[in-house]
Design a protein around this ligand. Sequence first.
Ligand SMILES: Cc1ncc(C[n+]2csc(CCOP(=O)(O)OP(=O)(O)O)c2C)c(N)n1
Length: 619
Amino acid sequence: MTATDTYLFLRAMVDELARCGMRHACASPGSRNTPIALTLADDDRIRTWSHIDERAAGFFALGIAKATGRPVAVTCTSGTAAANLMPAVIEAHEAAVPLIVLTADRPPELRDVGAGQTIDQVKLYGDAVKLFVDPGVPEASPDRLHWARSLACRAYLTAIRDRPGPVHINLPLREPLVLDEPLSEVEPGGGGRPAGRPWVVETEPTSTLIKAAASRLNAVATDERCKQADEDLGASNGRPVLVAGELGGDLAERARLGAELAAAAAAARIPLLADPRSGARRGEAAITYYDLLLRHAPTAASLTPTTVYLAGDLPTSKPLRAWLAGLDGIEQVTIAGDDRWPDPSASATRRERTPLPTLLAQVADTRSERPRATSGWLERWQQADTAVAQAIEQPLQRSGLSEPIVARTLAATIPDCATLFVAASMPIRDVEEVWPPLARQPRVLANRGANGIDGTISTALGVAAATAGIGTSTDGGDDEGARTDDDGQVVLLLGDVAMTHDLSALTAIARGGVKLTIVLINNGGGGIFDFLPVAATAQSDQFERLLATPPGLDFGRAAKLFGLTHTRPQSPAELVAALQQALAGTGSTLIEVVTGRATNRALHAELEQAANAALDELS
Ligand SMILES: Cc1ncc(C[n+]2csc(CCOP(=O)(O)OP(=O)(O)O)c2C)c(N)n1
């Protein structure tokens, strides 16, 4: 076995990944993975992004894969480097995002014998990966190269099929790790299949195929099935509600599904409680303030539905989740095309296996004859929604550049060809609480698989890398999905603790030439903890030091260190101007909004009180 074997084997694998559709990879420095990084970088169809920190590399890859819906390769050296990919692998697993992790390892004779930088990497990510393979030290015989090609296809297809997720190939590489002469173009065994075809082709459940399946299904749908669907959508039940979380797919698919779902709900007059991540908070049936109105017990009780449909994952809203959990004896239908089980309160009574796009196509096809929800049902929700909207408007307007106002301003200011990436903690909650149902609105993404505050900047940068078209393929061939939007831009909304957690990720801006607009809510620590019971029980110095953890950083200096323009708007109008300027420019910007945790908590309490008073009057 020579370096030639290593490089031929890796070149065959990478060639297959590119043939399957891979367009992006991320690499971090290290000696052992040099052959993997160089082989990826040598392939013109794949853009290889260089990262110093493996944790950031993992999340950056996750962001690209989230935006494009395609697997992204991540490679790193052996040892703790591989362990640093764990958080992104877990998020990819929980959020169903396709990743292909290519770790370099020591060959068998160097394992567990005190060799440097060697840990047990076998099944390092446990059950968080869909597939683990340790292919052994590469050999470049014809048989082994055919297998390398087949294995790469298997990894790609496994990552993307059914419920997508990460796969792990652990590659033991033996020295020498560099070639002493150029690699021959000729591959033992004849290389790949003719005409650039992958070694293995699998019928993928792409949206096109789902659409085709939908029309076939419609054509053969029996009367009985139609009757059943009518009942499901409210003909006999009367008071259905549709709840929508993240619907999955690449950015374009998400936007399309969201719009179609909203149209279907409006046509059937079904109240739609849609997390902005679904892209479905739009149209006549969208109920904006469900988070506030379901906190009001009499309203929540009076709006008890007969059937709940859940599309995608569960929204973040605690009141919504509590309300669903308390709906005893009500039919709750999870629309899940794969094996996801978004039911933490064990409330689901039925699972609809037909994928959402197929269901939507069926609904669209039969819309004219379809009975609607009981007359007046949607109106009752709308009435409560309007009452809350009116009640909170004044306190919101008085709050100046408050955290909810920032969320609302972003919805209205960021163009619909752009993407808003929202951090965990209060940003995701504020966006859900006040996001208006605009006809044109930016797409909303977040890491909600494991709800971590880690890797937030890195993931947003990955989304930006994919949407800005920087990483488009240059082969002129199949690049569908590699470029999701011509003028796609990404705005990141995050808190100061999440910002501090991933600060070094900002190196990717200069090193990778990625543009990002960051809106930082600097409220002096983790504002979310002020809403938890511990805020009232812990001693205040301990609360500050152990929970709130104010970073105490001068973010203007951080912006300077990483080459970002820094601005600090003082009013909603100044925020709009700062955003417009940031989006119009070519560089990255840090827009810092200074708020206070106590003020934010008081404002949220005031909004809830105002909503409750209005709902009291209504009931
Ligand atoms: C990796 C990780 N560590 C810790 C947490 C727990 N956690 C949730 S929110 C939060 C504070 C976030 O603060 P910040 O980003 O400033 O947002 P804010 O609460 O002010 O909106 C922490 C530490 C987590 N979710 N993920």
